[in-house]
Write a protein that binds this ligand. Structure first.
Ligand code: ADP
Ligand code: ADP
Length: 222
């Protein structure tokens, strides 16, 4: 059964039509790469799918629930409870040690601090970051910081992880390693994955690929 299904998504910014009628199906545990050149509408599509933006037209259905028309408060709750996010860079709180960055989404959902820190410590260890719990983001390499971001995205047991150019700030080899960890860990956690990228080698890690041009899906099976 499809986890996430979008139909006829339209999003305009003033006179710019960022999405001109897009359909997307994301199956349970499936990974999907959204490709296309800069300005084609990839980020807008991800933001509409993830409930960050409300589309002007069309629907986004998570399981059997239409989440596209929810208000800001409900979408914020939906994101916290059901989604994880990995962005390009600078998304970790620079004043907090790695383990607290990972624990935070869990604590925001009401998990006691002690327990959240324990689970975050386990997540960091499973991603090869044992011993680095106390480091602040500025004391980590780019690849290490993205692994912390992956742990943070998964600690709440999300249905879907959304990643917007997750390798954008990394060199080729580190980017490939982060994609391996992101796809493997997300699959093992039973979550679906949407990755926005302009890089074919990054997209190759996903089960399926679609291509966006001028706000329309022009290639790949949606
Ligand atoms: P991509 O992620 O493929 O680079 P975007 O989804 O960011 O593309 O942008 C698609 C189009 O929508 C572009 O023309 C961009 O300038 C425009 N756009 C995106 N976000 C905004 C915004 N907040 N305000 C105005 N225009 C926007
Ligand atoms: P881009 O690389 O496409 O510019 P950003 O990382 O700047 O992406 O984030 C794009 C938008 O998503 C911003 O408006 C930001 O506030 C929002 N955003 C980022 N992280 C989250 C999150 N965890 N939950 C909700 N919204 C977020």
């Amino acid at each position: 059964p499809a986890r996430l299904r979008a139909r006829g998504l339209v999003k305009r910014f003033g006179t710019t039509t960022a999405l001109a009628g897009v359909d997307v199906d994301l199956g349970e545990g499936q990974s999907l790469a959204v490709m296309g050149p800069s300005g084609s509408g990839k980020s807008t599509l991800l933001h509409c799918l993830a409930g960050i933006l409300r589309p002007d037209e069309g629907s986004v259905v998570l399981r059997d629930r239409d989440v596209s028309a929810l208000g800001e408060r409900e979408r914020s709750l939906l994101r916290r409870r059901h989604y994880g996010f990995v962005f390009q860079f600078g998304q970790l709180l620079s004043e907090l040690p790695a383990v607290e960055n990972v624990a935070l989404p869990s604590m925001l959902l009401g998990t006691p601090r002690r327990e959240a820190i324990d689970v975050a410590t386990q997540w960091l260890a499973s991603l090869g970051l044992a011993g680095m719990e106390g480091r602040r983001p500025g004391e980590l390499s780019g690849g290490q910081a993205q692994r912390v971001a992956v742990a943070r995205a998964l600690i709440t047991g999300p249905d879907v992880v959304f990643a917007d150019e997750p390798t954008g700030a990394l060199d080729q080899a580190t980017g490939q390693e982060v994609m391996r960890i992101l796809t493997e860990t997300t699959r093992r956690a039973g979550a679906s994955l949407v990755v926005v990228t302009h890089d074919a080698q990054v997209a190759a890690w996903c089960d399926r690929r679609i291509e966006v041009r001028d706000g329309l899906v022009v290639g790949g099976a949606a």
